[in-house]
Design a protein around this ligand. Structure first.
Ligand code: GAP
Length: 493
């Protein structure tokens, strides 16, 4: 897996650029170019279609700036912290837990700052840059603080997750929809975390995009009918025991994971099964997807269970989707701090605080995984290409005149004009046809349409399949219908 090469191509071909690059940039921030933007947009559209449409889940868009009180209530002000340590000599800053994990290969989750300091001292861990001694471990809050208004006298923060915008709007949304449990509220948008050491390209960023669902349920209702359809979906699970014993993932059905209490609720099981299918459909191999049951020390006290969906990257496994059964914690806290009653009256008149199941997806990590697993280093072809599922391919169709001849160019332009409002298309007449195929492959265009001599005679074109490179002759009158079906499918065959 050649990530450096992918990063280079991503920049060269308009997927992803370092942000504010001409001024040296800010680490942990990236911009999406025209091709990357389309890829991201299509992943989002597919996510909406797959997770929201059928499930009584409503999307909202809330402010990125939120007042301090929200985060007092949510616990972020106190708890959204990382342990840091600074070199006494060169002043370099480190995340203490990461530094220990990298130096000693031990698990540090759940350790206090005193314990981390002790480990650093006892094991004589020094500054990796200059060998200097390290300061005591302190906590650092990851939220970006804002002074709101001209006097900056009102304190706020850039949201560190989209979820809080959902919780603070619970009452508004519930009343406006006249909703009934179970129902969900989703949000797609930017979140901000002042990561101490942004790294690994799109993995640890300071500004990133989340797609989150808060699915509100009746706490007394344990059964979810819709799970039936998915209970036999197979997933690979990293159990708590396996984590303690350096063991491996086990394959089991969703039903088994529920029975073994790895997944704490049928509602969460439903989302987990769909996550498995969604990521496989995006081109991530089965063996590169696993669900990790978080250890007790990693699980927040209010949670009835957390299960992370992890993907195997070039550098190792990493969380891409967090699943949490947050119980009634968030609504209770916001109720307490705001004085608003955040409750639901059931059909039988009983009032309850809904429980919430939260699947939280990171888009940039998803994109990293897709780029990694769809990248094909193709010596035979002589160029590398992306094997995107047509449904998420940034550009669906390229239109070429075979030769630089006026009639062919004119006809190809006409076809392009006709297609471009319906399909993301490009027109390319420069260079040899081989070079144009190469450029199209490099951004993963699944279908290349070529106008040749025969096209001028019988109104047919060739359609080249990116994966097989085989060409099919299609009549112009059938072309749109042909593309409609193919461009929206998950597989190119
Ligand atoms: N509301 C729950 C929540 O925010 P999280 O596990 O902190 O949970 C959810 O984040 C997802 O957001 C992660 O699985 C990951 O995909 C993405 N994410 C979190 N921090 C990130 C960062 N610094 N850079 C890129 N993506 C990040």
């Amino acid at each position: 897996m050649n990530v450096e090469k992918i990063i280079q191509i991503a920049k060269k071909r308009g997927f992803i650029f370092p942000s504010s690059e001409i001024y040296g940039g800010i680490s942990g921030t990236y911009d999406f170019g025209p091709i990357g933007f389309l890829l991201k947009k299509k992943i989002i559209e597919y996510w909406r279609e797959f997770f929201l449409k059928d499930d009584n889940i409503f999307e909202i868009e809330t402010s990125l700036i939120m007042p301090e009180k929200v985060f007092e209530a949510s616990g972020h002000l106190k708890g959204f912290v990382d342990p840091i340590t600074q070199c006494k000599k060169c002043k370099a800053l480190y995340r203490a837990d990461h530094l220990i994990e990298e130096s000693l290969h031990i698990f540090t989750e759940g350790l206090s700052i005193e314990e981390l300091t002790k480990i650093i001292k006892e094991n004589n861990i020094k500054c990796p840059k200059c060998g200097g001694e390290l300061e005591e471990v302190k906590v650092f809050n990851l939220m970006f603080e804002l002074g709101i208004g001209p006097l900056k006298d009102s304190k706020g923060y850039l949201r560190p997750e989209t979820a809080q915008g959902i919780f603070v709007n619970f009452k508004n949304v519930f009343n406006s929809l006249r909703a009934k449990l179970p129902f969900g509220i989703a949000q797609i948008g930017k979140s901000f975390r002042n990561e101490i050491a942004p790294r690994q390209w799109l993995i640890r960023m300071r500004e990133f995009t989340q797609m989150e669902i808060e699915f509100f349920i009746n706490p007394e209702e344990k059964k979810f009918e819709k799970l039936k359809k998915y209970e036999n979906v197979k997933i690979r699970v990293l159990t708590r025991e396996a984590q303690k014993n350096n063991g491996k993932e086990e394959e089991m059905s969703i039903k088994e994971a529920l029975e073994k209490n790895i997944i704490p609720s049928e509602y969460m099981a439903y989302f987990i099964a769909k996550e498995q299918i969604f990521y496989e459909n995006l081109g991530i191999p089965k063996e590169a997807i696993r669900f990790r049951h978080l250890l007790p020390e990693e699980t927040p006290h209010y949670s009835k269970g957390n299960v992370d969906m992890e993907i195997k990257f070039d550098f190792g496994w990493k969380e891409v989707v967090g699943n949490a059964y947050r119980s009634d914690y968030d609504l209770k806290k916001h109720s307490e701090f705001s004085g608003e009653k955040l409750i639901v009256t059931l059909d039988n008149g009983k009032q309850v605080i809904p429980h919430v199941i939260e699947p939280s997806f990171g888009i940039e990590r998803t994109i990293y995984a897709i780029l990694l697993y769809s990248f094909v280093e193709d010596e035979k072809r002589g160029w590398d290409w992306f094997n995107f599922a047509p449904k998420i391919a940034p550009i669906s169709v390229a239109v070429f005149p075979l030769l630089n001849k006026e009639e062919m160019i004119k006809k190809a332009e006409e076809i392009f004009e006709n297609l471009k409002m319906e399909f993301d298309s490009i027109f390319d007449k420069s260079g040899s046809i081989g070079k144009r195929y190469a450029r199209a492959d490099e951004i993963g265009i699944p279908f290349c349409i070529t106008v040749d001599y025969q096209s001028l005679e019988d109104n047919t074109v060739t359609v080249r399949n990116r994966n097989t490179t085989q060409q099919l002759r299609v009549s112009l009158k059938d072309l749109k219908e042909f593309l409609r079906e193919k461009a929206n499918s998950l597989s190119i065959q």
